[in-house]
Ligand binder design. Structure first.
Ligand code: NAG
Ligand code: NAG
Length: 348
């Protein structure tokens, strides 16, 4: 028993804060050891807010995996600022809140193992087309910058095909473009919330599973706006104060979509049944806080997988069997299914 306990404990990660070689005096360096007999270790270095007069690159221990350089007023990122021993092994790098206006083409090129990059809360308006090239990025946060246009081609990486999540929320984006040039863009999650997009951007060709368009000044969604996003599982179009119309067949092609968030769109008053055509996998529809107050009962014919619909304030509807009628011999079971809500008169 004691042996088992000892084994169990030695498998747990533990942290030594002291005695890390080459730890810059303004930083906190921690080694996390794990595995049997601490056979693996990860160095985490926190150099947040070092104050002015700090020169880059800051020396960091060899084999650092996680580095936090946020809030250091770094300004434009030059080729020399992230070079040196220790940098080549980084898996994650936080460069948020640094007044970064520019990322020079080779400033990140040595970070061959970099998976997570946080460039949020900077002053970026553009990126050079090759600045991420060759990096195995899985997560890139570019939120809270000043991009007005964005070219997705910056994420074409010829080395690996890892799926990447991109956060571009809280920018000033009016358009998003991509040209592919025969390459594949493995963007799986894209957050475009709180920008200045006036229509749904054309994202055909991206293997997206998650898309967020919340808080954009989109006034209407056109037929076929999402065609070719056949892998999309989650779509959020919430908090659009100007959205008045969703045309029939707008969601055509979203055959994998499971969750559709249309909440908090106060000017959206009606939805034609055909709006839902093509949503074969949809399980959850959120219309709470929108102007839509009732639902056509025949919408179930377009939503074979729906489980729950939320609307108004706390009105919840779900699919049930019609009570007291069991005309199974007359047709498919589907015909006996109706929408049932916790409030009367919602379903027309
Ligand atoms: C998208 O951005 C919004 C606003 O910053 C945030 O609330 C949401 O969690 C983000 N979603 C993802 C998947 O990053
Ligand atoms: C629907 O959206 C509202 C507002 O965004 C949120 O508070 C609520 O939790 C959502 N409901 C469901 C069932 O997802």
């Amino acid at each position: 028993m004691a042996l088992l306990l000892w084994l169990g404990l030695s498998l747990l990660a533990f942290v030594q804060s002291s005695a890390v070689k080459n730890c810059h005096p303004g930083c906190r360096c921690e080694v996390e050891s794990f595995g049997l007999f601490d056979s693996f270790s990860l160095t985490r270095v926190d150099c947040r807010g070092l104050g002015p007069s700090t020169t880059m690159p800051i020396p960091i221990p060899l084999d650092t995996a996680h580095l936090d350089l946020s809030s250091n007023s770094m300004g434009p990122l030059s080729d020399a600022m992230l070079a040196g021993p220790g940098y080549t092994t980084l898996v994650s790098l936080d460069l948020s809140s640094n007044h970064i206006t520019k990322v020079s083409p080779n400033s990140l090129s040595k970070l061959r193992y970099l998976e997570t990059l946080d460039l949020s809360y900077n002053n970026l308006e553009s990126l050079s087309p090759s600045c991420f090239s060759g990096l195995p990025l899985a997560e890139v946060d570019l939120s809270h910058n000043t991009f007005q246009v964005f070219d997705m081609d910056v994420f074409t990486t010829k080395v690996h095909g890892e799926p990447v999540s991109v956060d571009l929320s809280y920018n000033q984006l009016m358009s998003v473009s991509m040209s592919f040039h025969g390459r594949v863009l493995h963007i799986q999650s894209l957050n475009l919330s709180t920008n200045r997009l006036s229509s749904v951007p054309k994202l055909a060709g991206l293997p997206l599973r998650y898309l967020n368009l919340d808080g954009n000044p989109i006034t209407h969604i056109a037929k076929g706006a999402f065609t070719q996003l056949k892998d999309l599982v989650y779509l959020s179009i919430s908090g659009l104060h100007e959205l008045q119309e969703i045309e029939p067949h707008s969601f055509k092609g979203l055959q994998s979509l499971q969750i559709l968030d249309l909440s908090n769109n106060p000017k959206l008053k009606t939805l034609n049944t055909a709006v839902f055509s093509g949503l074969d996998s949809l399980q959850e529809l959120n219309l709470s806080g929108s102007g839509v107050e009732s639902l056509p009962n025949n919408m179930l014919t377009h939503l074979p997988s729906i489980k729950s619909i939320t609307l108004g304030r706390d009105i919840h509807c779900w699919r049930t069997q019609k009570q007291g009628q069991f005309h199974r011999q007359l047709g498919q079971v589907q015909h006996n299914e109706v929408l049932n809500c916790n409030v009367e008169g919602v379903v027309l």
